[in-house]
Design a protein. Structure first.
Lengths: 618, 167
């Protein structure tokens, strides 16, 4: 089975039992790898309604068939999959770097963790040798400190490490898992699942050869993609990076500002990708095997935050900057660094801080309740103080550390109307009121509010559709885009490089064949993408979610855009959302309740899961 | 015989290197027909996020690895300056590894003898890492050319500074 290691490692952290199972060819082809394979393994190894923090909740780590090959961006991805403590739905988060390649070279396609370690531990995977080691000494450390300490202890400086920070240890539902110091599997709070298992880190060393089925043709394809990466398809990421979006979205008035109180930031140019590059970016580095480096490393050379280094991109700039009304780029970089220090998802943290600021300005949270923090929009000191509180889970941080949905439930006073989340997951930086294809994509995303489950926002922002209009046809756009994204996260390749897939399905089909030797037509691949999304839906149905959870934040539906501009007065009404949802479910062949039908399960080869839809189909 | 000043080696510009490890993949694929950084003759070091550089054999004028070998398994080619291994003599003791200041000579995980960059001597288009590097951070150069480049950039900087002072 070329392209696949052919093995799944299973570790029971309670008993210390370590076993290796075979990955069969049929499962590999059906679920590809990455999030597809990971969700399949999670479902097969968990019971309905399992608590996210229960030892019975498996945490799955998966790589894909492209991992550890030379295909640009292919070498470097890995995916974590579990039940999300934040959403109660399936949680998944993909990260890049070099960690994923090391797992593959160690000989595994996936790792299934169950149980709970008796004391703080880390998992040391050295090819076939797998050990659970004591982590008492590194408990409490940041992911970056943990990485250094683990390398020192193991005496091997090429070991790759993924770990949690204090936030994950303290079961913060917005905690992430960080690899190689700056890369994060950020969303859905899987860092807290690791923390609940007393697992501080994974340390991996893999020494095996990776061989592909058709080496000569494969290397030609790699060459071609290197060329594509020198061209316009990668231009954005090679230069300003995703931070370019700040000015683009501001110009379109779809840059959510001050917790969605505005859709336009009057000081956007101060936090733009242009200024970031000019003043702070010390180096743009690359993940393993990638020929279009896009990781922007910011270094602050003077002022109060001198010496700070952080990886910057649109998402953390937006969440910690315009979204909090903060226009000081050095403070935003410091805030991003603090998030990494505690192991917090920067997006969810920023949205939580903006929620607090909104609550404070509306009189819901007083100065005293905030422990004296002056949480006004635009106050960068408050931003940094609040992140510290969340990271340490102390003071007001106790209420905030689980994200906005939980915080709003604790605070009450209608604060849920200010809590920008879908299914419990905080929104990302796209004003959905004037990006209505994106609104549908966010509403149906199986992991909650996110732009990474479909590229739906791209149709709106590029002007391919009327972004202010909800109309039939958007369902199909979202479905097709979701299926492609699911494949990208399963192979695993990188979404930042998606522009280099000139023809997505044919390119991916060719890549899969050259690596694995298995024929996979574009139709079969497309079906696999659909299968993976349907599988995620089935998991969510099993966990109790339904159409009512495919919704939008209160402000998106009830607080029209106030700024002058093309979107002024726009919201997504319930009628519009219903129209979009109906259209999407129809495009997927699901019932109007959002339940996949028996026929669809048969078409996708998911008959074994028909028990989940029993009685829900009509 | 090539004069010592004509000897070329793979030089890495740390300003340009982004730590992508493509050189490692290109090397292991060329030499070993697989993708495995552990079998690459060039290795990437990331000291921190902004300090990246790959390292390979520099074809030293007085190669410490050759001097250190107690079994005379290593020699330097007079033609190219390449470090040449007599596999039958090498027993993998690792003295050359200790002697090399750059970590450029390594013990092969399977053959159990040492291996080092040979500038892809069997490839008509030269070292494959240089060819593949997407950042053009790798070059095949002589030490003379390196010195020339260093001089030019130092003087350019000097003139730039004096220009700024004038304006």
């Amino acid at each position: 089975m070329l392209g696949y290691a052919g093995k799944i490692l299973r570790v029971n952290l309670s008993t210390g039992k370590i076993t290796v199972e075979k990955l069969d060819e049929e499962t590999a082809k059906k679920y590809i790898g990455g999030i597809g394979l990971g969700m399949k393994l999670w479902l097969a190894n968990s019971k309905a309604g399992v608590d996210a923090f229960s030892p019975e909740n498996p945490l799955v780590l998966a790589v894909g068939p492209v991992s550890a090959t030379m295909f640009p961006t292919g070498g470097n991805g890995h995916a974590f999959i579990s039940k999300s403590p934040e959403t109660g739905a399936v949680g998944e988060a993909v990260s890049h770097g070099t960690f994923g390649a090391e797992i593959k070279r160690a000989g595994y396609d996936a790792i299934i963790l169950v149980g709970k370690a008796e004391r703080p531990s880390y998992l040391w995977i050295d090819d076939e040798s797998v050990q659970l080691l004591d982590a008492e000494k590194i408990w409490g450390k940041s992911p970056a400190e943990t990485e250094d300490a683990v390398k020192d202890e193991l005496g091997d400086y090429y070991v790759r490490v993924a770990s949690i920070g204090l936030a994950g240890e303290k079961l913060s539902k917005i905690a992430n898992i960080i690899n190689e110091k700056t890369r994060a599997a950020g969303r859905t709070g899987l860092g807290a699942v690791m923390g609940s298992k007393n697992l501080k880190a994974f340390a991996v060393r893999g020494t095996k050869d990776i061989v592909v089925a058709k080496p000569e043709e494969f290397i030609e394809m790699v060459k071609e993609f290197h060329e594509r990466m020198k061209g316009p398809a990668a231009q954005k990421y090679r230069t300003l990076g995703s931070a370019e979006n700040v000015m683009i979205q501001n110009a379109l008035h779809c840059l959510p500002t001050r917790n969605y109180n505005n859709s336009y930031f009057d000081h956007a140019e101060r936090v733009s990708g242009e200024i970031l590059n000019e003043r702070y970016i010390a180096k743009i580095i690359a993940c393993n095997s990638c020929a279009m480096r896009c990781e922007h490393e910011a270094v602050i050379h003077d002022g109060p935050y001198k010496g700070t280094m952080a990886r910057m991109e649109y998402d953390n700039i937006w969440a910690l900057g315009p979204n909090c009304g903060v226009d000081k780029l050095d403070a935003i970089i410091k805030a991003a660094d603090l998030c990494s220090y505690y192991g917090l998802d920067a997006t969810s943290t920023g949205v939580t801080v903006s929620f607090v600021m909104d609550c404070h300005e509306k009189g819901i949270l007083t100065h005293d309740e905030l422990g004296g923090i002056d949480a006004h929009f635009g106050n960068e000191a408050a931003l940094l103080q609040l992140i510290e509180k969340i990271g340490k889970r102390e003071g007001i941080g106790e209420i905030l550390a689980d994200g906005v949905k939980v915080a709003a439930a604790k605070i009450g006073k209608d604060s849920d109307k200010l809590a920008q989340n879908i299914k419990g997951l905080e929104v990302t930086g796209y004003d959905l009121r004037c990006l209505k294809t994106a609104a549908l994509g966010f509403a149906v995303s199986f992991r909650g509010a996110d732009h990474n489950r479909s590229g739906a926002y791209a149709f709106d922002i590029s002007g391919k559709v009327d972004r202010l209009k909800a109309e039939k046809g958007r369902g199909k756009l979202v479905k097709d885009s979701e299926d492609i994204y699911a494949l990208i996260d399963s192979l695993i390749i990188c979404k930042n490089a998606r522009g280099t897939l000139f023809k997505e399905l044919p390119d991916m089909s060719k890549l899969y064949k050259l690596i694995t030797g298995y024929e996979m037509t574009t139709d079969e691949l497309s079906l696999a993408g659909e299968r993976i999304n349907t599988l995620a839906r089935l998991i969510n149905i099993r966990e109790g979610l339904s159409r009512k959870d495919d919704t939008l934040p209160w402000k998106v539906m009830n607080q029209p855009i106030s700024d002058d501009g093309p979107g002024k007065g726009s919201v997504v009404t319930q009628e519009e959302l219903d129209l979009l949802l109906d259209d999407y479910y129809l495009a997927r062949g699901w019932t109007l309740d959002g339940v996949p039908t028996k026929d669809i399960l048969t078409k996708l080869g998911l008959d074994d899961l028909s028990g989940i839809i029993e009685g829900k189909e009509d | 015989m090539v004069k010592i000043h004509d000897r070329k080696f793979v030089s890495v510009d740390p300003e340009k290197c982004v730590g992508c490890q493509i050189c490692e993949y290109a090397c292991s694929f060329t030499k070993e027909k697989c993708f495995n950084p552990l079998k690459s003759r060039i290795r990437v070091v990331r000291v921190n996020q902004v300090a990246n550089m790959s390292v390979t054999c520099r074809l030293c004028e007085e190669p410490a690895c050759v001097a250190a070998c107690p079994r005379n398994a290593l020699s330097q080619s007079e033609d190219t300056g390449n470090i040449v291994l007599d596999k039958d003599k090498c027993n993998g003791c690792g003295w050359c590894i200790e002697a090399c200041d750059y970590g450029a000579i390594m013990l092969h995980p399977e053959t159990k003898v040492v291996y080092v960059c040979d500038l892809c001597k069997d490839k008509p288009d030269g070292p494959q890492c240089v060819k593949w590097c997407p950042e053009e951070a790798l070059t095949l150069v002589t030490s003379d050319v390196l010195a020339q480049k260093a001089r030019i950039s130092a003087i350019k900087k000097l003139f730039q500074e004096s220009k700024e002072k004038i304006s």
